[in-house]
Design a protein around this ligand. Structure first.
Ligand code: NAD
Length: 283
């Protein structure tokens, strides 16, 4: 089966980026969200990003126009009827995702593959909620999707070899490098990255070095493009705390306990860039 039609659920940060790379790769894309306002906002972001690529001459105007022409939007799940692959990229909330997956499963054909872009939920648990769990998989893109080369392909316990092969093939056609990962909290990249950031917060909390020196140390000593505390501010300290808590619960291992300073910063509302203040100041 030649894959041609992809539906993306959620037109937010990740969904509009996923729709953009799918459309640029020649797929027909149906972008679904709950309101016309959310769809308009997603499409506006997508168009702006394409125009930026045109002005940088990494894309021609004709390619950008063609990509936009490949995208249709809808608030109606019935439009998923002819999708061959659905990529769910809606708000990270288990109850909401289970509801959305039921709506997807009720509307797609019986050959359609369903993927979720979840960062923290169990692919096995999500797969168990659909009628064909063997055709369910995790496709974890990175933010911003058009710029980031990686996608993690996560197999649930039920995922078939054919579904895994299709996910790898689509990732390649989207111009991404795929790595395959098992279904554990944080998959591969966040499992390594987030505890590293938490350790940097512990180093700061112990007074071993200033935030500036910790970031300079990791930039110049490890060739990281951005220091761990600056990265924490970029990701959002509330998001990081939620991930550490999910690791602690998911693995039951105290090595994943969140740094007390991280908790305190979140309690104070010092959430990073979005709050104007985190480990660094952004005023
Ligand atoms: P977001 O809040 O920017 O967008 C979520 C979108 O889902 C919104 O447009 C919202 O209207 C829509 N939505 C809510 N309920 C819906 C429904 N019933 N049907 C259709 N659409 C609905 O969130 P995001 O940052 O794009 O995250 C989306 C997913 O991607 C999450 O699972 C998240 O864990 C994952 N993810 C996020 C990042 C990141 O850096 N933001 C990175 C990798 C993966």
């Amino acid at each position: 089966m030649q894959l041609q039609r992809i539906a993306v659920i959620g037109a937010g940060t990740m969904g509009n980026g996923i729709a953009q790379v799918c459309a640029l790769s020649g797929y027909q894309v149906t972008l679904v969200d709950i309101s016309d306002a959310a769809l308009d906002k997603g499409l506006a972001t997508l168009s702006k990003n394409l125009q930026r690529q045109v002005s940088k001459e990494t894309l021609t105007q004709a390619q950008a126009d063609q990509a936009v022409g490949h995208i249709t939007t809808s608030t109606d799940y019935a439009r998923l009827a002819d999708a061959q692959l659905v990529i769910e990229a809606a708000t990270e909330n288990l109850g909401l995702k289970l509801k959305i997956l039921k709506q997807i499963a009720d509307n797609v054909s019986d050959t359609c593959v369903i993927a979720s872009n979840t960062s923290s939920l169990s692919i096995t648990q999500l797969a168990a909620s659909v009628s064909a769990p063997d055709r369910f998989i995790g496709l974890h893109f990175f933010n911003p999707v058009p710029m980031m080369a990686l996608v993690e392909v996560i197999r649930g316990l039920q995922t078939s070899d054919a579904t895994h092969a299709l996910a790898l093939e689509v990732s390649g056609r989207l111009g991404k490098t795929a790595i395959s990962a098992g279904n554990r909290p944080g998959f591969v990249v966040n499992r390594i990255l987030v505890p590293m950031i938490n350790e940097a917060i512990l180093v700061l909390q112990e007074g071993l070095a200033s935030a500036e020196d910790i970031d300079t140390g990791m930039r110049l000593g490890c060739n990281q493009p951005i220091g761990p505390l600056a990265l924490a501010d970029l990701i959002g300290l509330d998001t990081l705390l939620a991930i550490m808590e999910a690791f602690l619960e998911g693995f039951g291992d105290s090595k994943y306990r969140a740094a007390p300073l991280l908790r305190e910063m979140v309690a104070a509302g010092y959430l990073g860039r979005k709050a104007g203040r985190g480990f660094h100041s952004y005023t």
